[in-house]
Design a protein around this ligand. Structure first.
Ligand SMILES: Nc1ncnc2c1ncn2[C@@H]1O[C@H](COP(=O)(O)OP(=O)(O)OP(=O)(O)O)[C@@H](O)[C@H]1O
Ligand SMILES: [Mg+2]
Length: 249
């Protein structure tokens, strides 16, 4: 059995806000294996983004154990945690988080700066990542000169450029129209199928979640269910969504 890419054991996260504590996660246990495609769903405020931030090493649990690529994050300094994140995880936010006055290539190359990759190599890999998401013709555009779907694809390219084992995406289609959301989903599915990148995505759209091979349902800071959606267990699936996936690839 391969080592889990991500593993949470009885993870709690409590926020302190003006003297009041909010228990955003109240004991979450789950693992994500290499190459999985998982959707995380649940009501607003149930703790999905909090969980993604923890899994993505952007935050630490209040208690419980979190392992990323087999390493217990509580044993790492902030700098070590940042390095582990940089090497293992790509993060795609709903609101893109791109630098607005910086070209697509430079936005995508940025994570490689922190790894000490040389300038020419950074550019080569950034161009390659942009081509992989169908943006080879938008290399020098700035985010302000791009559509929402294009910006989201730049954000995916940036998450990919370091060749992460896991891609975490928090509502990657939430700000996009249906057709553009479809394109972004197609890219995530292709990365998963062709490169074996594990994908964990938060969504509130059931047709998006239905395309995952596993659905984790969060409610009130707990995992309410963790299951394989109907149609996903069989090759190619049985529902319309899975059929589309086949048609596109
Ligand atoms: N930085 C913070 N400080 C205090 N409370 C927070 C903070 N971030 C989140 N919370 C609270 O923690 C709970 C979980 O928030 P979280 O953002 O994880 O929910 P979510 O499931 O992602 O919701 P949505 O679907 O609306 O994005 C909420 O009650 C929220 O108000
Ligand atoms: Mg959220």
């Amino acid at each position: 059995m391969s080592r889990p890419a991500l593993e949470a054991i009885d993870v709690h996260r409590t926020y302190q806000l003006e003297g009041v504590s909010v228990e955003a996660l109240r004991g979450v246990t789950l693992r994500v294996d290499p190459g999985e495609f998982v959707a995380v769903i649940g009501p607003s405020g149930s703790g999905k983004s909090t969980l993604m931030h923890l899994l993505g090493c952007l935050d630490r649990p209040t208690s419980g154990t979190l392992r990323v690529d087999g390493r217990d994050v509580s044993e790492l300094s902030d700098a070590e945690l940042a390095a582990l994140r940089n090497q293992t995880i790509g993060f795609v936010f709903q609101a893109f988080h791109l630098l607005p006055r910086t070209t697509a290539v430079e936005n995508v190359a940025l994570p490689l700066v922190y790894r000490g990759v040389g300038r020419a190599e950074r550019r080569r890999r950034a161009v390659e990542a942009l081509q992989a998401v169908g943006l080879g013709h938008r290399l020098t555009h700035r985010p302000t000169q791009m559509s929402g779907g294009e910006q989201q694809r730049v954000a995916i390219a940036r998450a990919l450029v370091g060749e992460p084992r896991v891609l975490l995406a928090d509502e990657p289609t939430g700000n996009l129209d249906t057709r553009t959301g479809e394109e972004v989903m197609g890219i995530l599915e292709r990365l998963n199928a062709e490169r074996g990148v594990a994908v964990v995505l938060v969504t509130h759209e059931m047709d998006v979640a239905g395309r995952a091979r596993r659905i984790i349902r969060i409610r009130d800071g707990l995992v309410e269910s963790d299951s394989v959606p109907a149609g996903a267990a069989r090759d190619g699936g049985v529902d319309g969504g899975a059929g589309e996936r086949e048609a596109r690839s």
